[in-house]
Design a protein around this ligand. Structure first.
Ligand code: SAH
Length: 344
């Protein structure tokens, strides 16, 4: 298997059978080997520098009913909130002082967050922080809306494709959601000029080696600037509340494979990975990730933005999260840097 891993690193190709073996028949030593190779590639491109993004969870209201997601419309056991412009700007102010130069506005597809309102929010942040990157992660919008946000100053957009296999998509989403629409959004975003992030959950229900292979093929086709992956974690008030969570090992394997396939890609070590294992995020970095996204949301709302159960860092102030992250990265030999961390 080491030969394939070497070839994956050199030629950036992987056959379906090899992926199967890497995911299902790989012992601890092989896992260490692929993680090591991917970490070396990341070190070569980014040094021991880790980019940080300040995550602001702007709303947990959502018109969609994704089966896996805790903020789905059909979850009655959740107290809904939406941050107003002032509190979003407050988060940015705090974040800027803490050394963040990227703000990520993430939320459900909240009908009250109209295109106008999003555009205005972006414009205000742009005005106050000309030296920062603005990332949006607000779901599927019209092309016109994406263009307006871009003109107002947004630079990046995160929209995980969730799965490239259409029938798998059907198993994760209700009938009123469309795989094709999500894909169109991603291509539109790219054409408009955003730095684009796609991605998927590892171990989502009904995911197979074959659907994962299609995900990797899609990543090669789209050539995104970022790829967000983290383990699926059940949320008890969703239809998938009783399903099994994705594993840390699988997530680390896939992080490494993606790093080897796309050496320059921005690859976060996610909060979900930190949720299933106390050292998950550190291990993610050691498997080839180069980005972390500490939480900048007001503490009062963090518990309410529960995409999945047992989410970490819900009680800590932004400053604590920021410093805790710096310490964690230092513990594995890395340094968190103060800059936008653009794709090159
Ligand atoms: N509404 C936005 C943001 C969604 S939340 C959008 O549509 O893009 C961001 C990501 O969290 C999702 O894309 C999904 O991949 C992930 N997520 C949702 N529920 C999850 C769960 N139960 N476990 C792990 N990740 C989850």
């Amino acid at each position: 298997m080491k030969q394939w891993i070497d070839r994956l690193r050199q030629e950036r190709t992987l056959r379906p059978e090899e992926l199967r073996q890497l995911l299902t028949g790989c012992d601890a030593e092989t896992l260490r080997y692929i993680n090591k190779q991917a970490q070396e590639v990341a070190l070569r491109h980014f040094g021991n520098k880790i980019y940080i993004r300040g995550l602001i969870e702007v709303s947990n209201c959502c018109r969609n009913n994704c089966y896996y997601c805790g903020i789905r419309k059909g979850n009655p056991n959740i107290e809904r909130y939406r941050l107003n412009l002032e509190s979003i700007l407050d988060c940015c102010r705090q974040g800027y002082k803490l050394g963040f130069r990227t703000f990520v506005l993430q939320g459900g597809e909240d009908p009250a967050l109209t295109d106008d309102r999003i555009e205005m929010t972006v414009a205000r942040i742009r005005q106050n922080y000309p030296d920062c990157a603005i990332t949006l992660s607000l779901g599927e919008k019209s092309r016109d809306a994406y263009e307006r946000f871009f003109r107002a100053g947004a630079n990046r957009y995160l929209l995980r494709h969730e799965t490239y296999n259409e029938s798998h998509y059907r198993q994760l989403h209700p009938a009123e959601m469309f795989w094709k629409h999500r894909m169109d959004c991603l291509w539109d975003l790219k054409e408009i000029g955003y730095q684009v992030g796609c991605g998927f959950m590892v171990g989502s229900p009904e995911q197979t080696v074959d659907t994962l292979y299609e995900d990797l093929q899609f990543i090669r086709k789209l050539q995104p600037h970022m790829v967000g992956i983290g383990p699926f974690i059940p949320q008890k008030d969703t239809p998938f509340g009783e399903k099994k969570a994705g594993t840390m090992e699988d997530t680390l394997r896939l992080l490494s494979i993606i790093r080897l396939l796309q050496p320059h890609v921005l690859l976060p070590s996610t909060t979900a990975l930190g949720t299933i294992h106390p050292l998950g995020r550190e291990k993610g970095i050691q498997a080839g990730a180069n980005v972390v996204m500490p939480n900048l949301s007001p503490v009062a709302v963090r518990e309410k933005y529960k995409l999945y159960d047992n989410k970490i860092c819900t009680g800590d102030e932004a400053a604590e999260c920021r410093h805790c992250m710096a310490r964690r990265m230092e513990s594995v030999g890395y340094k968190v840097v103060v800059n936008r961390g653009d794709y090159h």
